[in-house]
Ligand binder design. Sequence first.
Ligand SMILES: Cc1cc2nc3c(=O)[nH]c(=O)nc-3n(C[C@H](O)[C@H](O)[C@H](O)COP(=O)(O)OP(=O)(O)OC[C@H]3O[C@@H](n4cnc5c(N)ncnc54)[C@H](O)[C@@H]3O)c2cc1C
Length: 207
Amino acid sequence: MAEKKKIVLLGAGYGGVLTAKKLAKKFKKDENVSITLIDKNPYHTMLTELHEVAAARVPENAVRIELEKIFAGRKVNLVMDHINDIDFDKNVLNGDNGKYDYDYLVLGTGSKPAFFGCKGAKENSLTLWSFEDAVKIKHHITDSFIKASSEKDAEKRKKLLTFITIGCGFTGVEMAGELGEWVKRLCEDYAIDRKDVKLYIVDLLPK
Ligand SMILES: Cc1cc2nc3c(=O)[nH]c(=O)nc-3n(C[C@H](O)[C@H](O)[C@H](O)COP(=O)(O)OP(=O)(O)OC[C@H]3O[C@@H](n4cnc5c(N)ncnc54)[C@H](O)[C@@H]3O)c2cc1C
């Protein structure tokens, strides 16, 4: 019998999940192929919906799908581990919990937010790029309204109620739009005059 070929996919994002599903279908009856999907989380995050969690429109778990559920009955081994480096000469992935060798490797580890050299942006802003980011933004905004509701100092109150979204791409526009809706509810919940809340969206382009 031919030696088993190991296909390893790193990253269960949109790319990794779809590729693993297609490969599982293609090699369904092939005993000589194993497919392993590694991710640091036990779930897939629907990044495209993060703004809905960040602005409290949907519950937090609405943007996470358990990998066990997605791959139930499919020929895909699931591994939860954080991979720290890859030895491309020896075909080995090194993770916190183990080493994983492969014959074929598919990399789908996503990307990082970019700040385009805008000084201070990284240090002073919150990014919307992961499940944790979305939850952090939601708590930060809620917290700002709670603090503003008992703040007597007009300047401090103004700061707490001024929100700036940087970037008029899909994510920025969707986030600012969600915030516009959510703010109406927050004002009611924390007895704040809507006129006191300032929302801005900033971009270098006019449209
Ligand atoms: C807020 C937001 C809104 C978006 N809206 C849209 C949209 O409307 N339309 C659109 O087409 N695109 C949109 N995008 C872009 C889209 O989400 C990305 O292009 C897509 O997620 C990229 O898929 P991916 O599989 O390459 O990576 P990701 O989906 O980022 O997945 C990467 C996976 O790799 C895992 N991983 C990373 N490093 C490691 C490691 N070292 N060890 C183990 N696991 C690791 C992560 O846990 C993650 O599960 C949006 C993105 C964001 C952030």
